[in-house]
Design a binder for this molecule. Structure first.
Ligand SMILES: Cc1cc2nc3c(=O)[nH]c(=O)nc-3n(C[C@H](O)[C@H](O)[C@H](O)COP(=O)(O)OP(=O)(O)OC[C@H]3O[C@@H](n4cnc5c(N)ncnc54)[C@H](O)[C@@H]3O)c2cc1C
Length: 375
C-alpha cells in the first residue's frame, strides 16, 4: 500500500487526486491537504465582481467531492516539506505535527507578493479571491466618473482577468449611461505582444480594446502606489480614481527549503512533472517553474500527466506521459464577443487566434461543466 499526499485544493491538486483515484487500486491511500474546504473557480471571479454570478456558482465543498472519489480530505496549513524524511509539516488545522508520505504531489499554487509594491495594500484593489472580487465590484457600482486604471505588475503572469475586467467595466458603464464619464486605461509592464506572447493575438486584442474605447499603456511597470497615483521605477506616474492591479506572483513558501526552486520560488520539474533531483515528488500548476502565464488549463493537464506517471511509478514502471506547454485562453469581452488564443509556448509557433461570440459562450459552458462534475 502507498500513502499519497496531494497538497493544494486548486485545479492542480483536485485533478491530480481525482486521476490518481481512478488509476490506483483501493489498497492505496490518497489524501488531499488544503487550507480551505472551498474550491474556487478563479476564472469566474470577474463575473462575480460584476454581479453576473453568485459565490455559490464559483465554489464547491472539497470534502464532500473528494470523499465521493475515495480521497480523504484534510483541512490544514502546510508549513514545509522534508523530502529526506518524507514528511510534510503542518502549521495548523485539522491535524497537527507531521504527515508521512510515500509519494507527494505539490500543488500549492502561487503567492501574491504584494509586499513588493509599497502602497499596494492601502491603495489597490485586486480580484484574486472571492472577498476581494466582491469588494472591487462594490467600488465599481459606486463609481460615477473619473479614471479607472487596470493592470498587472511585473511578474504577475495573469493577463486574462485584467482585460476581461476592462471589457466588463466598459459594458457595465454603457448599460448605466456613464461610459462617457469614465476613462478606462489598461497598463502593462511590457508590450501587449510579449504579454500575450504572440503578435497576431496582440493585434486582435488591441482592436477589441479600441472598439470599446479602452486605452492601453504598454511598458509601464508599476513599482509603488500612492493614494491616487501608480508610479514606475523611472518616476513616471499615472493618476487613478480606482485601481485594480494584479500584484507580482511568487512560488509557495512551503517549497523553499527543498532546494528545488528558481529565483521566484517556482519548483523545477521535468516534462513528466516529477520534481528535478527528488524521488517520489511531483509538482503541478501555478507553483512550477515554466515560462509564460500561469493558467488553470495548464494545471489540469500537468495534474493528469503527474497522476499517470505517479501511478506507473507505484506499479514499478517508468514515466509514460509528458507535458507539452501550450497556452489556451478566452478573453471574454463581457458576453458580446470573445478572443480565443492557442499557442505552443515551447515551440513558439504562431498562435491560432479566433474571435466571436461563440468563445465567450464556450467559456461559460466550461465553467458550468466543471461545476456539474464536482457538485
Ligand atoms: C481572477 C482570475 C481569473 C483567471 N482566469 C483564468 C482563465 O480564464 N483561464 C485559465 O486557464 N486560468 C485562469 N486563471 C488562472 C487559474 O485560476 C490558475 O492558473 C489556477 O487556479 C492554478 O491552479 P493551481 O491548482 O496550481 O493553484 P490554485 O488554484 O491557486 O490552488 C492552490 C491551492 O493550494 C492551497 N494552498 C496554498 N498554500 C497552502 C498552504 N500553505 N497550505 C495548505 N493549502 C495551501 C490554496 O488554498 C488552493 O486551494 C485565473 C485566475 C484568477 C485569479
Amino acid at each position: 500500500m502507498a500513502k499519497i499526499l496531494v497538497l493544494g485544493g486548486g485545479f492542480g491538486g483536485v485533478v491530480a487526486a481525482e486521476r490518481l483515484a481512478e488509476q490506483l487500486g483501493d489498497e492505496h491511500q490518497i489524501t488531499l491537504v488544503s487550507r480551505s474546504r472551498q474550491f474556487i473557480f478563479y476564472p469566474a471571479l470577474v463575473r462575480l465582481a460584476f454581479g453576473k454570478c453568485d459565490v455559490d456558482d464559483v465554489s464547491f465543498d472539497l470534502r464532500n467531492t473528494m470523499l465521493n472519489r475515495r480521497v480523504n480530505f484534510v483541512e490544514a496549513e502546510v508549513a514545509h516539506i522534508d523530502p529526506f524524511e518524507r514528511k510534510v509539516s503542518i502549521a495548523h488545522g485539522q491535524v497537527e505535527g507531521k504527515l508521512p508520505y510515500d509519494y507527494l504531489v505539490f500543488a500549492l499554487g502561487r503567492r501574491l507578493a504584494t509586499e513588493k509594491i509599497p502602497g499596494f495594500y492601502e491603495h489597490a484593489h485586486h480580484l484574486l479571491n472571492v472577498d476581494k472580487a466582491i469588494k472591487f465590484g462594490k467600488e465599481v457600482k459606486a463609481l460615477d466618473d473619473g479614471r479607472v486604471v487596470l493592470g498587472q505588475c511585473f511578474g504577475a503572469r495573469l493577463p486574462v482577468p485584467v482585460y476581461e475586467t476592462a471589457f466588463a467595466l466598459a459594458r457595465h458603464l454603457e448599460q448605466n449611461g456613464r461610459r462617457d464619464r469614465v476613462r478606462i486605461t489598461v497598463v502593462s509592464p511590457d508590450t501587449l505582444e510579449s504579454e500575450l506572447r504572440d503578435a497576431a493575438g496582440a493585434v486582435a486584442l488591441k482592436k477589441a480594446l479600441d472598439e470599446h474605447q479602452i486605452e492601453h499603456l504598454p511598458n509601464f511597470p508599476i513599482v509603488s502606489l500612492t493614494q491616487n497615483s501608480a508610479i514606475t521605477h523611472t518616476a513616471d506616474a499615472i493618476h487613478f480614481d480606482l485601481l485594480m492591479l494584479v500584484p507580482p506572483f511568487r512560488g509557495s513558501s512551503a517549497a523553499h527549503y527543498m532546494g528545488v526552486t528558481d529565483n521566484d520560488g517556482y519548483v523545477h520539474v521535468h516534462a513528466t512533472m516529477r520534481v528535478i533531483d527528488h524521488e517520489r515528488i511531483y509538482a503541478v500548476g501555478d507553483c512550477v517553474s515554466f515560462s509564460g502565464p500561469k493558467m488553470g488549463h495548464m494545471a489540469v493537464r500537468q495534474a493528469e500527466v503527474a497522476a499517470t506517471n505517479l501511478a506507473a511509478e507505484i506499479d514499478g514502471r517508468g514515466p509514460i506521459s509528458n507535458y507539452i506547454h501550450d497556452m489556451r485562453f478566452v478573453i471574454d469581452e463581457a458576453g458580446t464577443d470573445g478572443l480565443y488564443l492557442h499557442k505552443d509556448i515551447w515551440t513558439g509557433e504562431p498562435a491560432t487566434v479566433k474571435q466571436g461570440r461563440f468563445w465567450s459562450w464556450a467559456k461559460h459552458v466550461q465553467q458550468r461543466y466543471w461545476e456539474a462534475m464536482h457538485s
